[in-house]
Design a binder for this molecule. Sequence first.
Ligand SMILES: [Zn+2]
Length: 273
Amino acid sequence: MPELPEVEVTRRGIAPHLEQQRVTGVVFRREGLRWPFPARLAQLLKNRVVQSTGRRGKYLLIHFEHGSLIVHLGMSGHLRILPAHHLPEKHDHFDLELGESVMRLTDPRRFGAVLWHHSKDGAVEEHPLLLSLGVEPLTTTQLGELLHQATRSRSAAIKQVLLAGDIVVGVGNIYACESLFEAGIHPNTAARRIALARYQRLADAIQRILARAIEKGGRTLRDFIGADGQAGYYQQEYFVYDREGESCRVCDAVIRRITQGQRSTFYCPHCQR
Ligand SMILES: [Zn+2]
């Protein structure tokens, strides 16, 4: 599943091909994905110029003067920039045509989304899907203080609180496991019992791990253009994630797996208390 780093790498990949470019057409090859595609999007966007690109959580934002296109990659989606004459394949559901090139959304499992938010309805951050998102992990200063303050009455496990995304977005399963390991926090610890200093370590770990993943993905950007190019889906070496039964890279203890909220959590029983 594309996580925040993959979405940010995608944004950086498409940005130079979109920004200041004029939309020449919009193609939908089905009624919708997770939700119906916006009606009349072709009329809304034709001959309009992309002003900038952005991201909020895992939502990609393509800003125009009169509104923003919101794109979510769902479980399996990816975006590519292709030559306009490149023939669509089975799972290619949406094209944003930009003269000689096209931004194409491929989504085999169809949990993705393409939505339009008109500027007359306010800032795009006020869209119902974006309104209740937690803060951005990479651009929030004093994230540790914020996590500490927001969890004083949360008795749920810290891993669950991170995944909920209502305090901070973008800490998906892999990054929650890895950042709790780096911060030395047991994933089952009640969020309200974690002291400020430990939250500061956790915030540092979250920011470091996400930044590293984006940087690593950024190095694959040259593959972004072309029929077979898929940005951002790169192998990483993890400390605990998906390593049940293997030995900890720090202390040699055996990595354990538990289930929390139907998701697997991996941790080191010695390094994480
Ligand atoms: Zn260990």
